[in-house]
Design a protein around this ligand. Structure first.
Ligand code: SF4
Length: 497
């Protein structure tokens, strides 16, 4: 069987980092880990090709070659998904689809031949078995959760790693919390399931053997969902592996804010090579945090928690949401002020949306407030429900936050606030010919052509005189800021705002 694995294109989003990756000569931030893992579950005798449409176009010749097209996507990729399905249908290539988009809305895709939903470790073997006997069904679904010990190592041979800003790897699925707007627990459950230390280092070995050096993203929704095992098994194993291999990688992941309460865990993370964590802070408003059941953020001084993590040697990136029923009209100024004071450079501020499968979706449906499906990008200025606040006030306030925090003056000031307090124990950006060239491109574009010239050179000068080893990180953050500004300019232009 000739199988074409297709990863649909992302629109311009906060996280596709398109404008920052341009400096590095990279095409996409991460490879399609789910498809590469599914590829490793397919029969060894099948012939596989992968097209990541974020890296290269899907050509008609590839469709003509394929006997089966295998597609996986998240909701933000919907537009590209529909285009791929239409082309495969027209070319007469049967489609096998899985992943979060199809699992949460299977009825939206009548033109897909085989829907293999939920966790592929559970449903894909059944499909393969029945396909072999000529009786494959249209839909395979099972809410059982997979044992991650059975998950194969991704087929890294199917991609060109140099096209990507970082590689990705997964330790666990599931999260012990249950935030009202989040679909992670409905997809993966509340009991985190982890691979063991030997298995994680085997995956690091595979990346290392594939020639990768540099950033590796643990894609877990909450890397510290099972703190005990992470502390006693996983991080010690990663630390030993990193030491034995002369520290070829730096890691980042997503965690909950209760990380700030555990000095030992923060020390273990930095020792293992973690340099950045993304945290859902959501709101500085206590009532809004209570409304969405954000347990790890309750009853704490949020700024102090962020500073504690930064001082432990971890850059904090964070997510914020406005549009909760409990948000007062002062929320916009409070969120912008919080972000500025915290020194969180990468602050993803989005509008509340209700993904399918969440408790929020059910509540809003029961209250008759749902207006449709969310786009999958909560920073594009769209909403899929009627908010409690006047909608014009909400949209104008949202735009005011973004325009404030990503103005060059405020953004660069925030980067400086962060760098002054940041004392990592390991180099956070590897200096290589690629990053040196990226630095030259940044100097040319950000330092000479763009509106932030003055702020850019002030940051470079400060880094050289106060913290030279942080200069590569300072330049990387300047490139990120450029992307965020361009990304929102694009959103405002599209929405006509
Ligand atoms: S802590 Fe994060 S992953 Fe866990 S339920 Fe809340 S939003 Fe989802």
């Amino acid at each position: 069987m000739r199988v074409l694995l297709v990863y649909p294109e992302y629109p311009e989003t906060f996280w596709n980092l398109k404008h920052a990756l341009r400096f590095l000569g990279k095409k996409a931030p991460y490879p399609p880990l789910g498809l590469l893992t599914v590829a490793a579950m397919l029969p060894a005798e099948w012939e596989l090709r992968l097209v990541d449409m974020n890296v290269e176009p899907l050509r008609d010749e590839a469709l003509a070659w394929a006997e089966l097209l295998c597609i996986s996507a998240m909701s933000v990729q919907s537009a590209s998904v529909r285009a791929v399905i239409a082309r495969a249908n027209a070319a007469g290539v049967p489609i096998l689809a899985g992943g979060p988009l199809f699992t949460t809305a299977p009825d939206d895709f009548p033109d897909v031949d085989y829907l293999v939903l939920n966790e592929a470790e559970v449903t894909l073997p059944r499909f393969l078995e029945e396909l072999q006997h000529g009786r494959a069904r249209h839909c395979y679904t099972d809410s059982a959760h997979a044992d991650l010990a059975a998950t194969p190592i991704p087929r890294w041979d199917l991609i060109r790693a140099r096209n990507y800003g970082a590689m990705s790897i997964q330790l666990s699925r599931g999260c012990p919390f249950d935030c009202e707007f989040c679909n992670i627990t409905s997809l993966y459950g509340r009991v985190p399931r982890l691979k063991d230390g030997a298995r994680v280092t085997a995956e690091l070995d595979a990346l290392y053997r594939a020639g990768w050096r540099g950033p590796v993203f643990f894609v877990d929704d909450n890397f510290i969902g099972n703190k005990r095992r992470v502390k006693t098994q996983i991080l010690p194993a990663i630390t030993d592996w990193m030491t034995a291999h002369r520290r070829p990688f730096v890691f980042n992941s997503q965690v909950s804010l209760n990380l700030a309460d555990d000095a030992e865990l923060m020390a273990l993370l930095t020792r293992a090579g973690f340099i950045t964590v993304f945290i859902g802070i959501e709101s500085p408003n206590d009532e809004s945090l209570a409304e969405c059941n954000k347990i790890p953020n309750a009853n704490r001084d949020l700024i102090t928690s962020v500073k504690t993590i930064q001082r432990a040697g971890l850059q904090v990136q964070a997510g914020f949401i406005v549009g909760f029923d409990s948000d007062p009209v002062s929320i916009f100024d409070r969120v912008a002020a919080f972000i500025q004071e915290s020194g969180i450079a990468t602050a993803m501020v989005g509008l509340l949306n209700a993904p399918r499968g969440t408790r929020l979706y059910q509540r809003l449906e029961a209250e008759g407030r749902l207006t449709g499906d969310m786009t999958g990008d909560n920073t594009d200025g769209s909403l899929n429900f009627t908010p409690a606040m006047n909608i014009d006030t909400l949209l104008q306030g949202y735009r005011r936050i973004i325009d404030s925090i990503y103005s060059p003056g405020n953004y660069y000031a925030r980067v400086l606030t962060f760098l002054r307090d940041f004392h990592p124990t390991v180099p956070v950006v590897r200096v290589t010919p690629v990053t040196l060239l990226a630095g030259l491109r940044c100097a040319w574009i950000l330092g000479l052509r763009e509106q932030e010239r003055r702020e850019y050179w002030r940051l470079v000068f400060w880094s050289l005189t106060h913290a030279p080893r942080l200069l590569p990180l300072a330049i990387e953050l300047a490139a990120y800021g450029f992307h965020f500004r361009k990304c929102f300019e694009c959103h405002w232009a599209e929405s006509g705002a």
